[in-house]
Write a protein that binds this ligand. Structure first.
Ligand code: C2E
Ligand code: CA
Ligand code: CA
Length: 390
């Protein structure tokens, strides 16, 4: 089997050799460029990983990022820099915005064991699928079939109270159990469904699955409150409150058992309409949660006008809290803001105990993330729930 390939672009020869040596130790086939122009002239797009120094003479790393993006490069990108964190962070955002596979940042200086661990944790993404049919993303026809054939399933992830970890609710996250491709994440089919007007059908399928499960949990006396994600497109339907209430009655559920999560960007699209719909849903007793907070552009006035009961700080700020003083400041400030506006604050993407403790000290109310529990099937969550309550 061929070894995965790693390309290093950096003008510092010593550093290139150092990275090269470690990469070879963790079984990469290494290619080195000391000159970014030479890289852009000769690169064959055959690497699995590209390690790029942001600061080089003549060409800067940002120019290389643009070059890779224009060529739709599929390699995973690792950025290195001796700069302050905010520059590394902006470059990272740029790489993500341009749809590059950004893997992580390394700030100089780093030690051999840190680099070795960092590179060993990389999962090599398949560059070419052996089956042509599966090599590209699912088509809209496949998504349509998925809905009618009931191939969508729900995973659930706990949202746990920091002051009392026995108190938690769950968020429902859709998955597609594709007959050939395996289990697919929502990013590969939700945006497509939104674009091709399938999202309403999909939302109703999802709501049926989620409400059926919530009813089942209630019957088992588990009383798990469930959050469900609402697409911006669905929020433009003025009949939504009525339709949801009819469905709730079918499942004998009270609105207080359901939290509706709406992303901050969704609100911006048609504010007046969504404002009316959300207010009516809140009046009926549903809890409303503002999702991915910090990634959109909502003003404080808008935030105040919609009766949200919960605010979820976007995972990107939480994930960067350790290395990046700005992210830490944002998390801290958003918690204060949420509390001032009378909302519970949830931190998403909590992956370490260290982050959990930091959030607790900042008076965050609820955490959600891999550290506590990954999203999993309803049965696995039930087991998990039982285990927590013994
Ligand atoms: P979201 O609502 O912000 O959901 C949280 C995402 O973060 C989930 O990704 C979850 O698996 C992931 N996550 C949870 N803990 C961690 C962690 O500690 N670290 C990291 N890196 N990630 C974590 P998922 O399930 O792939 O969903 C992605 C997005 O797709 C969701 O973001 C939501 O916007 C959308 N989505 C998911 N399910 C539905 C649905 O049923 N309907 C609609 N309309 N959108 C959905
Ligand atoms: Ca969500
Ligand atoms: Ca979110």
């Amino acid at each position: 089997m061929n070894l995965p390939r790693l390309t290093i672009i950096d003008d510092e020869a010593d550093l290139v050799d150092f990275i090269g040596l470690i990469a070879e130790q963790v079984n990469f086939d290494v290619e080195k460029y000391l000159d970014a122009n030479l890289f852009m002239k000769n690169y064959q797009f055959d690497s699995d990983v590209i390690v790029l120094d942001l600061m080089m003479p003549n060409v800067d790393g940002i120019e290389v990022i643009r070059y890779l993006a224009n060529a739709h490069c599929k390699a995973q990108l690792v950025l290195i820099s001796g700069f302050d964190q905010s520059i590394l962070h902006s470059a990272q955002e740029l790489a993500k915005e341009q749809n590059l596979n950004f893997y992580g940042c390394l700030s100089k200086p780093f030690r051999a064991h840190e680099l070795s661990e960092f590179l060993s944790n990389l999962t090599i993404l398949p560059q070419n699928s052996p089956n042509e049919d599966l090599a590209h993303s699912p088509s809209i026809d496949e998504v349509r079939t998925a809905i009618t054939n009931h191939e969508l399933i729900m995973y659930y992830q706990p949202k746990i109270e920091l002051s009392n970890p026995l108190n938690f609710s769950v968020e429902a996250l859709v998955r597609w159990q594709h007959p050939k491709r395996g289990l697919l994440n929502p990013d590969s089919f939700i945006p497509l469904s939104e674009e091709y007007n399938l999202i309403d059908d999909m939302t109703w399928e999802i709501l049926n699955l989620v409400l059926a499960q919530t009813q089942k949990w209630a019957a088992q006396k588990l009383f798990i409150k469930t959050a469900v994600n609402m697409s911006a497109v669905t929020l433009k339907d003025l009949n939504l409150p009525k339709k949801i209430m009819t469905l709730m009655q079918q499942y004998h559920l009270e609105p207080s058992q359901i939290v509706l999560e709406v992303t901050e960007t969704a609100l911006m699209e048609e504010l007046i309409k969504s404002l009316e719909i959300l207010t009516r849903l809140r009046m009926k007793g549903f809890e409303l949660s503002i999702d991915d907070f910090g990634t959109g552009y909502s003003s404080l006035v808008q935030l105040h006008r919609i009766p949200f009961s919960e605010l979820k700080i976007d995972a990107s700020f939480v994930a960067n809290m350790d290395q990046d003083a700005e992210s830490l400041a944002i998390v801290e400030t958003v918690i204060l803001l949420g509390h001032k506006l009378g909302m519970k604050v949830v931190a998403e993407g909590v992956e370490s105990k260290n982050n959990l403790m930091k959030l607790k000290n900042m008076n965050c109310d609820i955490t959600q993330g891999y550290y506590n529990c990954r999203p999993q099937s309803a049965d696995d969550i039930t087991q998990w729930y039982m285990h927590q309550h013994v």
